[in-house]
Design a protein around this ligand. Structure first.
Ligand code: THU
Length: 150
Protein backbone atom coordinates (compact mmCIF):
# COMPACT_ATOMS: atom_id res chain seq x y z
CA UNK A 1 0.00 0.00 0.00
CA UNK A 2 1.39 3.36 -1.02
CA UNK A 3 0.02 6.90 -0.94
CA UNK A 4 0.57 7.28 -4.68
CA UNK A 5 -1.24 4.08 -5.48
CA UNK A 6 -4.18 4.87 -3.23
CA UNK A 7 -4.52 8.43 -4.51
CA UNK A 8 -4.54 7.16 -8.08
CA UNK A 9 -7.18 4.55 -7.26
CA UNK A 10 -9.33 7.25 -5.62
CA UNK A 11 -9.00 9.38 -8.77
CA UNK A 12 -9.96 6.40 -10.93
CA UNK A 13 -13.01 5.71 -8.73
CA UNK A 14 -14.10 9.33 -9.04
CA UNK A 15 -13.69 9.13 -12.83
CA UNK A 16 -15.78 5.94 -12.93
CA UNK A 17 -18.69 7.92 -11.48
CA UNK A 18 -18.71 9.84 -14.79
CA UNK A 19 -18.78 6.74 -17.01
CA UNK A 20 -21.38 6.60 -19.75
CA UNK A 21 -22.22 2.91 -19.60
CA UNK A 22 -25.99 2.46 -19.95
CA UNK A 23 -25.66 -0.85 -21.83
CA UNK A 24 -23.26 -2.89 -19.70
CA UNK A 25 -23.91 -1.07 -16.41
CA UNK A 26 -20.19 -1.63 -15.74
CA UNK A 27 -18.41 1.58 -14.84
CA UNK A 28 -14.66 1.80 -15.34
CA UNK A 29 -12.33 4.64 -14.38
CA UNK A 30 -8.68 5.10 -15.26
CA UNK A 31 -6.24 7.54 -13.68
CA UNK A 32 -2.94 8.40 -15.35
CA UNK A 33 -0.17 9.87 -13.19
CA UNK A 34 2.12 12.15 -15.15
CA UNK A 35 5.81 12.68 -14.41
CA UNK A 36 5.07 16.15 -13.02
CA UNK A 37 2.56 14.72 -10.51
CA UNK A 38 -0.59 15.75 -12.37
CA UNK A 39 -3.36 13.16 -12.71
CA UNK A 40 -5.53 12.84 -15.83
CA UNK A 41 -8.58 10.57 -15.76
CA UNK A 42 -10.98 8.89 -18.14
CA UNK A 43 -14.05 6.68 -17.98
CA UNK A 44 -15.71 4.32 -20.43
CA UNK A 45 -18.03 5.75 -23.07
CA UNK A 46 -20.45 3.22 -24.54
CA UNK A 47 -22.44 3.44 -27.75
CA UNK A 48 -25.73 2.01 -29.01
CA UNK A 49 -23.54 0.33 -31.62
CA UNK A 50 -21.90 -1.70 -28.85
CA UNK A 51 -18.59 -2.41 -30.59
CA UNK A 52 -17.78 1.29 -30.79
CA UNK A 53 -17.41 1.55 -27.01
CA UNK A 54 -14.39 3.45 -25.74
CA UNK A 55 -12.71 2.04 -22.66
CA UNK A 56 -11.68 4.20 -19.72
CA UNK A 57 -7.96 3.75 -20.38
CA UNK A 58 -8.43 4.78 -24.00
CA UNK A 59 -10.32 7.96 -23.17
CA UNK A 60 -7.65 8.87 -20.62
CA UNK A 61 -4.76 8.27 -23.04
CA UNK A 62 -6.59 10.29 -25.71
CA UNK A 63 -6.78 13.18 -23.26
CA UNK A 64 -3.04 13.21 -22.52
CA UNK A 65 -2.16 12.76 -26.19
CA UNK A 66 -4.34 15.71 -27.15
CA UNK A 67 -2.62 17.85 -24.52
CA UNK A 68 0.83 16.94 -25.84
CA UNK A 69 1.65 14.79 -22.80
CA UNK A 70 1.87 11.33 -24.35
CA UNK A 71 5.53 11.14 -23.32
CA UNK A 72 4.81 12.13 -19.71
CA UNK A 73 3.15 8.98 -18.35
CA UNK A 74 4.47 7.54 -15.07
CA UNK A 75 1.84 5.21 -13.54
CA UNK A 76 -1.76 4.06 -14.02
CA UNK A 77 -4.70 2.91 -11.88
CA UNK A 78 -7.87 1.24 -13.15
CA UNK A 79 -11.03 0.43 -11.25
CA UNK A 80 -14.37 -0.99 -12.32
CA UNK A 81 -17.64 -2.30 -11.00
CA UNK A 82 -21.38 -1.83 -10.92
CA UNK A 83 -22.60 1.39 -9.30
CA UNK A 84 -24.88 1.20 -6.31
CA UNK A 85 -25.56 4.66 -4.97
CA UNK A 86 -22.17 6.29 -4.55
CA UNK A 87 -20.38 2.93 -4.29
CA UNK A 88 -18.93 0.61 -6.92
CA UNK A 89 -19.77 -3.02 -6.34
CA UNK A 90 -17.31 -5.76 -7.26
CA UNK A 91 -14.58 -7.63 -5.42
CA UNK A 92 -12.37 -8.68 -8.36
CA UNK A 93 -9.67 -6.36 -9.70
CA UNK A 94 -10.41 -5.07 -13.20
CA UNK A 95 -7.57 -5.70 -15.62
CA UNK A 96 -7.12 -3.66 -18.80
CA UNK A 97 -8.49 -5.26 -21.96
CA UNK A 98 -6.09 -6.24 -24.73
CA UNK A 99 -6.72 -3.15 -26.83
CA UNK A 100 -6.11 -0.88 -23.84
CA UNK A 101 -2.83 -2.63 -23.05
CA UNK A 102 -1.67 -1.68 -26.54
CA UNK A 103 -2.99 1.89 -26.17
CA UNK A 104 -1.20 2.24 -22.81
CA UNK A 105 1.98 0.83 -24.36
CA UNK A 106 2.08 3.68 -26.86
CA UNK A 107 2.25 6.21 -24.03
CA UNK A 108 4.58 4.07 -21.89
CA UNK A 109 7.16 3.64 -24.66
CA UNK A 110 6.97 7.33 -25.51
CA UNK A 111 7.51 8.00 -21.80
CA UNK A 112 10.47 5.57 -21.69
CA UNK A 113 8.91 3.93 -18.63
CA UNK A 114 7.78 0.37 -17.90
CA UNK A 115 4.80 1.79 -16.04
CA UNK A 116 3.08 0.27 -13.02
CA UNK A 117 -0.59 -0.55 -13.62
CA UNK A 118 -2.70 -0.84 -10.44
CA UNK A 119 -5.86 -2.87 -11.06
CA UNK A 120 -8.49 -2.36 -8.36
CA UNK A 121 -11.82 -3.97 -7.60
CA UNK A 122 -14.86 -1.71 -7.42
CA UNK A 123 -15.16 -2.07 -3.66
CA UNK A 124 -11.43 -1.37 -3.25
CA UNK A 125 -10.85 -4.62 -1.35
CA UNK A 126 -8.43 -6.05 -3.91
CA UNK A 127 -5.62 -4.42 -5.86
CA UNK A 128 -3.15 -6.17 -8.12
CA UNK A 129 -0.16 -4.25 -9.44
CA UNK A 130 1.62 -5.21 -12.64
CA UNK A 131 4.31 -3.78 -14.83
CA UNK A 132 2.87 -3.04 -18.26
CA UNK A 133 5.55 -5.38 -19.67
CA UNK A 134 3.92 -8.24 -17.72
CA UNK A 135 0.49 -7.40 -19.13
CA UNK A 136 1.79 -6.97 -22.68
CA UNK A 137 5.04 -8.89 -23.11
CA UNK A 138 7.06 -8.49 -26.31
CA UNK A 139 4.94 -5.50 -27.29
CA UNK A 140 4.93 -3.93 -30.72
CA UNK A 141 5.21 -0.19 -30.36
CA UNK A 142 6.76 3.05 -31.50
CA UNK A 143 10.26 1.65 -30.85
CA UNK A 144 9.68 -0.87 -33.65
CA UNK A 145 9.09 1.97 -36.08
CA UNK A 146 12.26 3.75 -35.00
CA UNK A 147 10.32 6.41 -33.12
CA UNK A 148 12.10 6.24 -29.76
CA UNK A 149 15.53 7.93 -29.82
CA UNK A 150 18.07 6.56 -27.31
N1 THU B 1 -13.99 -1.54 -20.14
C1 THU B 1 -13.09 -0.55 -19.93
O1 THU B 1 -13.44 0.64 -19.84
N2 THU B 1 -11.77 -0.88 -19.82
C2 THU B 1 -11.30 -2.15 -19.90
O2 THU B 1 -10.09 -2.34 -19.91
C3 THU B 1 -12.22 -3.27 -19.92
C4 THU B 1 -13.64 -2.93 -20.26
C5 THU B 1 -15.41 -1.19 -20.29
C6 THU B 1 -15.95 -1.34 -21.69
C7 THU B 1 -17.42 -1.51 -21.45
O3 THU B 1 -18.02 -0.22 -21.40
C8 THU B 1 -17.51 -2.14 -20.06
O4 THU B 1 -16.22 -2.01 -19.48
C9 THU B 1 -17.90 -3.61 -20.09
O5 THU B 1 -17.08 -4.32 -20.95
Amino acid sequence: MTDTRDALIDAARDAASRAYAPYSGFHVGAALLLKNGDVVTGANVENASYGLTLCAETTAVAKIANEGWIGELAEVAIIGGRPEGDALIGSDPVNPCGRCRQILNEAAERSKTDILVHCASGDGSAVTTYRLSELLPAAFGPKDLGMIPD
